[in-house]
Design a protein around this ligand. Structure first.
Ligand code: CKP
Ligand code: MG
Length: 310
């Protein structure tokens, strides 16, 4: 029995120790980056049982990646190793105190070689939620097929599909992405778009109109993430807005959406009201942007509770 199963690529990340153009950086810190493991780590730190389906290269960095994710308490029994394709890399560039740029070295990576055979229906059937992001279908045609296979497996077994569109312009152009992301949305129960992604997908900027459009596609629950302002939520019975927590200084905005998903899903798993679950998501998002790195700021349970009470 598992709470959440997620599928996606996580990369070894190199972060320069100095601020400025990457070309001048000489010393790097090794860590890890991937939207789906960010969510998994957030959930695991809050006490939930999570499994991760992925693929790494048969290389040292792949071993390091698996150890790291396992160390966060996530089940890695469904992580395969590709005999020839390498583990993907991700490099960050802190241009100045405010601007972060990212570079992918993930083309034809081991994870991009995943296909339908990476999906074990039985494994997915044991979860309450299947978490999918729009990054995985952008990796390759076979990854796209795999995602639909996983969604079908979830649907057959009554596992709720949670979808974060996470559009990445560096991986595919909007015209290619749009129909695929909309098709996944049409098969999802819970959709968590950022406001910019929603605008791109639906051509609308009003959270209520966005939610209505996604309901027409078949969603049961929609949360539109409005960045520091907070989030708008809508189900068949309820609508509301929860303001974001004040943040003194945004040190690194990457990972905020994933932290939100982790906090929010944790709330749903514990049977909180929608409003309280969204508030938990907002709190996790705020905590992550105050720390450098994508997942480092993801809170343990006590930290989250203390922050929300303060
Ligand atoms: O939408 P977020 O800022 O929460 O996502 C950040 C992650 O997976 C980051 O960890 C990175 O590795 C990625 O999104 C990506 O592939 O862009
Ligand atoms: Mg996002």
């Amino acid at each position: 029995q598992m709470d959440v199963v997620t599928i996606g690529e996580t990369m070894v990340m190199f972060t320069p120790q100095t601020t400025g153009l990457l070309r001048y950086a000489k010393n790097f810190t090794l860590s890890y980056a991937g939207a789906e493991t960010n969510v998994a780590i957030g959930l695991s730190r809050l006490g939930h049982r999570v499994g991760w389906i992925s693929q790494v290269g048969q290389d040292e960095l792949g071993e390091s990646l698996i150890s790291f994710v396992r160390g966060e308490g996530i089940d890695v029994s469904q992580v395969k190793k590709h005999p020839t394709a390498p583990t993907g890399l991700y490099i960050k560039e802190y241009l100045n105190q405010k601007e972060v740029r990212i570079y992918y070295y993930r083309h034809q990576s081991a994870a991009s070689m995943m296909d339908r055979r990476n999906i074990d229906t039985d494994y997915i059937s044991r979860a309450k939620f299947l978490h999918i992001t729009g990054i995985t279908p952008a990796l390759s045609g076979s990854c796209r097929e795999m995602i639909f296979e996983a969604i079908d497996a979830a649907k057959v077994h009554g596992v709720k599909v949670v979808f974060d569109p996470n559009y990445r312009a560096k991986l595919w152009d909007a015209e290619t992405a749009k129909p695929v992301l909309l098709e996944i949305a049409a098969r999802s129960d819970i959709i968590l778009p950022g406001i910019d992604e929603a605008r791109l997908l639906l051509g609308k900027s009003d959270p209520e109109e966005i939610a209505n459009d996604l309901f027409h596609l078949g969603a049961q629950l929609v949360v539109v993430k409005l960045g520091p302002e907070g989030a708008y939520y809508q189900s068949k019975k309820e609508v509301g807005f929860v303001a974001g927590f004040p943040v003194d200084e945004v040190v690194d905005p990457v990972g905020a959406g994933d932290a939100f998903a982790a906090g929010f899903l944790s709330g749903l798993l514990e049977g909180l009201s929608l409003e309280s679950a969204v508030q938990r998501g907002n709190a996790a998002g705020a905590l992550v942007v105050m720390v450098r790195g994508d997942y480092e700021g993801l809170p343990q349970r006590e930290t989250l509770m203390r922050f929300m009470k303060a």
